[in-house]
Every structure is written in structure tokens, then in C-alpha cells.
Ligand binder design. Structure first.
Ligand code: SF4
Ligand code: SF4
Length: 340
């Protein structure tokens, strides 16, 4: 079994302990206390962080030297049995989200869009933006990154290579492309950040949805009718694994005339949508996060609430709509600007 890629000496010599000092859910009196907890985690000792972590992924982004603090934290949670959710919930999820073995070989041609486990979203792949695209979808190609929220690195190690093998054997092996457009941010995070840290080989080239839209908007620039609207953005946990794509999103918004209104809980201080603590049965915390996000969004005056992650949209979409904002996925907002 590959261990998580990380260098303990970087933490020993770290002066800021950004991974923990910038955590929005756990407080430390000072850097010395945060360092003590971080070194305990690294050394395989008990730490309160293992129990208190919301599993928001943000420390992956906060570490200035990419030392994989969150992936290591999940490793230790599993080793030591600190489960973020009740065990029966985790076991039920493991069964529900398991591969189904119902995959069949299909001829696909580029661009091939990976819809992960969201068959209900394949209708988003339409119009000029996705001209000529093939979609692939289902539990047998589910990226499985969600197990980071359930202290199950072992499931990631087992299932992700199986999913990669399915994607290659059933779709990409005979396709005219080795690129896979990841409609879901989580898939891109799995096939780049997770794969690198866990030592998992990826034989295809993952393309983030934002990179794809950004390039298509250049090709289709004559068709763009700027939407001239203010938007608020709900940045998902998975985007912490590919923070470079947040700047691409800014380029997309600029091209389609969407003004990303600054708010407290965006960019590096994005707040969890509440879906994960809800899944962990931490209802009070989930309600608190929904309320904080809503108050923050409503305070800046926008027309759209734009989502990257379908799970965030499922969690916050109804509340957002009831409060007068239009919930929408990035791809659909781009489609509006393209007149589709
Ligand atoms: S994980 Fe990164 S930020 Fe955290 S202590 Fe180690 S080097 Fe510093
Ligand atoms: S994953 Fe989020 S809640 Fe957990 S330690 Fe890292 S920053 Fe804090």
C-alpha cells in the first residue's frame, strides 16, 4: 500500500502552521499549540484535530508547500478509528455508493465528458458549448473522493484504480482522445491531487470543466451575449484540491459579463455548504453553516447564486431560491450567455 506523499521535516521546520492556523472550524490559542497538534498527527498520536475536523479540505490549499495535510489527517482518522460520522452511516454509504458492475463498452469520441455518478445532469451537456461531446456516467466510474469525508482512505485506494480501469477499458481505450473532461470538480481533484498523493496512476489526461469552458468561450466568442448580472459563487470543498482553477473561473465570468461580487465566504475563506455535516448527522452545525452562507450571499445583492458542485446545489439550492437568488450551475450560466 502506498503511503500518503508527505515530508515530516517540512512541518517540523514550518513557521506558520497555516494548515491549522487558518482552519475556520477549529481554534488554536497560538502557533505553538497548532504546531504541537500537527506534529502529533504526523507522528501517529491522538490529536483533537482528528475529532474536530469538519473535513472541509481547506488545509490542502492552505499549506504553502503542498505537504498534503488533509490527506494525512484522513489517514490518521482511519488508522485510529476517529470516524467523522456514525459507523452505521458510513457502512450504509459504502454499500450504496459501491460499484454496481453494470457497465458496458461504448464507443465514445472527444470531447468525452465524465458526469461521475450524476446521470440526472447529462442534460447539461448540450448546445454549442458541448458540440459533438460524448458523456459517460454511473456508479462504475464514480470518482470515490467522497470517502475523504468519512475517514476511508482505504476505500479510495481500492476503488479509484478500479474506476480508472473501467474508464479506460470501457470507454477511452478505443476512443479518439486521451482527454477526459471532468464535469464534476471532485473527479478532477481525484485524478490529479488525490492520485498524485496516494500514488495512483492515471493513464488519461483529466481536463477541468473550467478549462474546457474557457477555451470554448474563446472559440465561440462571436456568440456570447454578456449576461450583465451580479453573481455570488459557492466554492466547493473539492476546489481546494485544484485552487488554480478558481482564476480560470474569474476569466469565464469576465467573458460572459458576470460580476463575481466579493463576499466574506468566497475564495480561500469559502464556507462549507452544510451538506457534509448534514451527512455526518451534525445537524446544528449544518444549519449554522447554511445560515452563515445565506446571510453572506444576501448581504451583497446578486441575481444568481452560481454552483460548481451539484452536491452544494442540492444542499443550498432551495434555500437560495426561496430567498430570491437564482441557483445555477456554472455550465448553465455559460449556456445562457451563449444563447442555448
Ligand atoms: S502541512 Fe504545510 S502548513 Fe501544515 S505544518 Fe506542514 S508544512 Fe506547515
Ligand atoms: S479539513 Fe478543514 S476542518 Fe479539517 S483541519 Fe483541515 S481546514 Fe480544518
Amino acid at each position: 500500500m502506498n503511503s500518503i506523499k508527505f515530508d515530516p521535516d517540512l512541518c517540523v521546520n514550518c513557521e506558520t502552521i497555516d494548515c491549522l492556523m487558518r482552519c475556520q472550524y477549529i481554534s488554536f490559542t497560538d502557533i505553538a499549540e497548532a504546531k504541537e497538534e500537527k506534529l502529533k498527527i504526523n507522528d501517529g498520536k491522538d490529536s483533537r484535530v482528528l475529532e474536530e475536523c469538519l473535513t472541509c479540505y481547506a488545509c490542502q490549499e492552505y499549506c504553502p508547500v503542498d505537504n498534503n495535510p488533509f490527506f494525512l489527517l484522513v489517514e490518521r482518522q482511519e488508522e485510529k478509528g476517529f470516524l467523522p460520522a456514525p459507523r452505521p452511516i458510513i457502512e450504509e454509504q459504502l454499500r450504496m455508493m459501491a460499484p454496481k458492475g453494470r457497465i458496458a463498452k461504448e464507443t465514445v469520441s472527444g470531447p468525452v465528458v465524465d458526469m461521475c455518478a450524476f446521470p440526472m445532469l447529462t442534460g447539461c451537456v448540450r448546445g454549442k458549448l458541448f458540440e459533438g461531446a460524448s458523456t459517460i456516467v454511473g456508479m462504475d466510474i464514480f470518482c470515490n473522493i467522497m470517502w475523504l469525508h468519512f475517514a476511508k482512505n482505504s476505500t479510495i485506494r481500492k476503488r479509484v484504480p478500479e474506476m480508472i480501469d473501467n474508464i479506460m477499458s470501457f470507454y477511452l481505450k478505443d476512443a479518439d482522445t486521451d482527454e477526459l473532461i471532468c464535469f464534476h470538480d471532485e473527479c478532477f481533484g481525484t485524478y490529479t491531487s488525490v492520485a498524485d498523493a496516494y500514488g495512483i496512476d492515471v493513464p488519461f489526461k483529466p481536463i477541468h470543466q473550467f478549462d474546457y469552458y474557457n477555451q470554448r468561450l474563446d472559440v465561440l466568442k462571436e456568440s456570447i451575449k454578456p449576461i450583465n448580472a451580479k453573481i455570488v459563487y459557492q466554492r466547493p470543498c473539492s476546489n481546494r484540491l485544484c485552487p488554480q482553477t478558481d482564476k480560470i473561473l474569474d476569466e469565464i465570468f469576465e467573458k460572459i459579463g458576470a460580476e463575481r461580487v466579493p463576499r466574506k465566504y468566497d475564495r480561500e475563506t469559502a464556507l462549507c455548504c452544510g451538506g457534509v455535516p448534514r451527512a455526518h448527522q451534525r445537524e446544528e452545525l449544518a444549519d449554522e453553516l447554511v445560515e452563515k452562507n445565506m446571510n453572506d450571499m444576501l448581504s451583497v445583492g446578486a441575481t444568481y447564486c452560481v454552483f460548481n458542485c451539484p452536491f452544494c446545489m442540492a444542499t443550498l439550492g432551495q434555500e437560495v431560491a426561496e430567498q430570491g437568488l437564482m441557483p445555477i450551475l456554472v455550465s448553465d450560466l455559460v449556456q445562457i450567455a451563449l444563447g442555448d
